[in-house]
Design a protein around this ligand. Sequence first.
Ligand code: AMP
Length: 485
Amino acid sequence: MENSAEKDPTDLPMSFAQFGIEPDIVAALDEMGYDKVLEVQQATIPPLLAGRHLSMRAKTGSGKTAAFGIPMLQRLDPANTAPSLLVLAPTRELASQITAELTGIGKKKGIKVVAVYGGASIQGQIQALRDGVQVVVGTPGRLMDLASRKELNWKNFQSVVLDEADEMLSMGFFEDVSLIMDGCTACEQVVILSASLEGDTTRLIDTYTSDVVRIDLSSDRLSVEGIRNIYYVIGDELPRHHYLLYVLAQEKPNSAIVFVNTRKDASVVATLMAREGLQAEMLSGELPQKERERVMGAIRAGKLRYLVATDVAARGIDISDLTHVINFSLPEDPAIFLHRVGRTGRVDREGTAISLVSGLRLRTLGVLEREFGVAFEERKFPPPAQMRKDRSAGNIESLIKAAELAICDGFLDQSRAVLDHESAVQIVAYLLKRNGDQVHDEQRSSANRPQHGPPRRDSDKSRRPHSGKSRSSRPPRSSKPRRRG
Ligand code: AMP
């Protein structure tokens, strides 16, 4: 009967065990709360368990790390203490995220994973390698450094994963990646993950894989599912940050990333938010590694409410519990918009994305609606005069709160004298203005701070020219221009 209440058992989702995953790994996945085999994992597990090469276009947040991690860890032998799986990632954050996930998946099986990237002590990484590991996850620069110190031998690796391959190439890692791949002469399985499988990435696939399984799960429509998209059209009557502060006061997100288009905006917006009493810190490529880890740790632990970030700094980062993504400014490229909003509403969670849009960028919204099926809700700002009034009331409220907490006993006599003075109103106005000016000075000095450091994020100073030969079919280095935050 068509409408039978009883479900056909073949309709039930298959479990990891039914996909042939061994009990140690299933038990670890259970502990991690992975009770469903996600779409991306259903697609990758069978071919990867069978040892096939694979290239995949899948969005961050789809469960792609476990999609290669589960089957590839299953193929490892914990008794073999020479590392045999190598995972390359473009950024330290992504490398440490992958490491945490692979460590979780492999822990009951006795699989050890080490993360190697610049900006962290190389000695600890060397020690971990000497103690014996099965998996190395790293950024290309630090990996090259360890190999040149003879702490890593490419020939040990039987499988290699290139995660966010397009990003790695666009960051100028083409030669390093090729050298590493050329060195892995015993490698039998190559997995290439990328947001786009075009140009140099395709040539990489052609060079280092054969009979490759190609998976494309990057339907952009998927990436906005479960996300409520709201936009506000902003005018030019007020500075842009007034609109942002108004939105935050209205929406009261539990936790959010505020995306900006430039590093300068990141520092200005974070400063202004903090000044407003909001818990906000910026994440930018130029922050020292320790700082980045501290900021990431704080937002993951729920101790920090707002992260202000450029696309570059936030690429690949998984902060699954974010309730909101705020676009302080809309990116020109619709693909970047989809990447941004994918930071919320990850794997079965709901999220809200709010975009502040000014006249010109309304066109981008149109493209997102027409071509990517994003359904936007419009919200309106009150007239600027009303916003100013609300904001000033809000400012006084936060000033009162801050004043109640501050220890300023030494100023009480002066304060009384001011209040008794016939120009009391003018004097307080001056003090408030001075407070505002201080914010501007802070902005100016952070904007003028030297922007040290090239755009590459793996800050290994040890990268050196190499003379290694690589396969002759190696494609030329990419010169594709990329927008940088
Ligand atoms: P990724 O695409 O690898 O960044 O993964 C995004 C998020 O999905 C991570 O927080 C993972 O922990 C989570 N995840 C991966 N696989 C599963 C699964 N089978 N069930 C639930 N969550 C998962």
